[in-house]
Write a protein that binds this ligand. Structure first.
Ligand code: PLP
Length: 371
């Protein structure tokens, strides 16, 4: 099969994680024999509509909203765009948001709020917000910091619509409770073991949002376009599997991440970004002294270890991380940062072999610099 090649260790689960078997199996009928368009009126269409309804009910129960509050989208990027562009007034966001939020905020002349050196949003700066949407991500994709959204909601005190990007949080955290006070919540299937290209925006009842996509009036006029039936079914199944395994997976993945950090730290001069903030169990952003992340990633890739520098972007180009910059990390040091992100399939033997490959590659690069 094309696209197949031998992987030693995949440590880029924050970019995307393999499909969970539950998701894949739930999707197959909707990719094969049951192919209806849920907007139609006949039996084949009605079967597809029922599948979307059932997935909507299941997913809503898992993320803590009413079924009618879920708007299915093409993924986290669209959900973020919809949230920022759909609310009138000047948008505000934190400086460490994903570009799907930041670019929309800057295109609309919005305001960006700073963060501490640990990546925690400046709550005092939110005190002056009035009107529009305020977007603060529940968990960050580059360094893994978790924000206290209740404190954010207290700081804005109902003067603005609160949006949170919970795309990275959903696999690991109880979004239903942690984002309960956010009016708009973005999620994406492929970070949870669902397929790429499907997500949702929770739009709490009473929040009015201008639609971005107009047409057939699907999703109660909030997002037109023929439903991605298989994707929606797969997302609900993936999130269900995720939530069911979360309580055992979080401590085991946190321990694996800690052991990776411990082993890599053995090379000396290694700093874990956002070390003292609450963080996701699966992300370790390591700044490895004297090593260019780009060069390290090439060596790791050659050895079959997949990681990334900060976030991944379509061009694959390395730009200095805006997240580390916002945390006050000088540019020269942010160029040494590599993000290792684990996932539900990660194992201790993978971590051990990756750690030895990483340590060897770091030693090689340092030697080359020294010689
Ligand atoms: N928001 C965050 C925090 C992400 O990590 C990502 C994925 O990289 C996105 C949004 C975009 O989601 P999607 O890939 O589904 O468009």
């Amino acid at each position: 099969m094309s696209g197949d090649h031998h992987l030693t260790v995949y440590l880029d689960h924050a970019a995307t994680t393999p499909m969970r078997p539950e998701a894949y199996e739930a999707m197959v009928p909707w990719l094969t024999t049951s192919f209806g368009n849920p907007s139609g009126g006949h039996g084949v269409a009605r079967a597809a509509a029922r599948a979307v309804d059932e997935a909507r009910e299941l997913l809503a129960s898992l993320v803590g909203c009413a079924p009618g509050e879920l708007v299915f989208t093409s993924g986290g990027t669209e959900s973020d765009n919809m949230a920022i562009n759909g609310v009138s007034g000047v948008p505000v966001c934190s400086a460490i948001e994903h570009h799907a939020v930041l670019s929309c905020v800057s295109a609309r002349g919005g305001r960006v709020i700073g963060v501490s050196s640990d990546g925690l949003v400046d709550l005092a700066a939110l005190g002056s917000v009035s009107g529009g949407v305020v977007s603060v991500m529940l968990a960050n994709n580059e360094v893994g910091t978790i924000q206290d959204l209740d404190a954010v909601a207290d700081a804005i005190d109902g003067r603005a619509v609160l949006h949170t990007d919970a795309v990275q949080a959903l696999p690991w955290l109880d979004v239903a409770s942690l984002a309960a006070r956010a009016s708009l919540v973005s999620i994406s299937a492929h970070k949870c073991g669902g397929p790429q290209g499907v997500g949702a925006l929770i739009v709490r009842s009473g929040v009015s949002l201008t639609p971005m996509l107009r047409g057939g009036g699907q999703e109660r006029e909030r997002r037109s376009g023929t439903h991605n039936v298989a994707g929606i079914v797969g997302m609900a199944a993936a999130v269900q599997a995720c939530v069911a395994s979360r309580s055992s997976l979080v401590p085991s993945v946190a321990a694996l991440t800690a052991s990776l950090v411990g082993a890599v730290s053995g090379v000396g001069d290694v700093v874990l970004s956002a070390a003292s903030a609450p963080r996701l169990p699966n992300i370790a952003n390591l700044r490895i002294g004297g090593v260019e992340a780009e060069a390290l990633l090439v060596l790791l890739d050659e050895a079959g270890v997949c990681a990334s520098a900060g976030s991944s972007c379509a061009s694959g180009a390395m730009e200095p991380s805006h997240v580390l910059a916002a945390m006050g990390v000088p540019r020269a040091l942010s160029r040494t940062a590599v993000r290792f992100s684990l996932g539900y399939p990660s194992t201790s033997s993978e971590v051990a072999s990756a750690a030895s490959v990483i340590s060897g590659a770091v030693a090689r690069l340092r030697m080359a610099v020294a010689s």
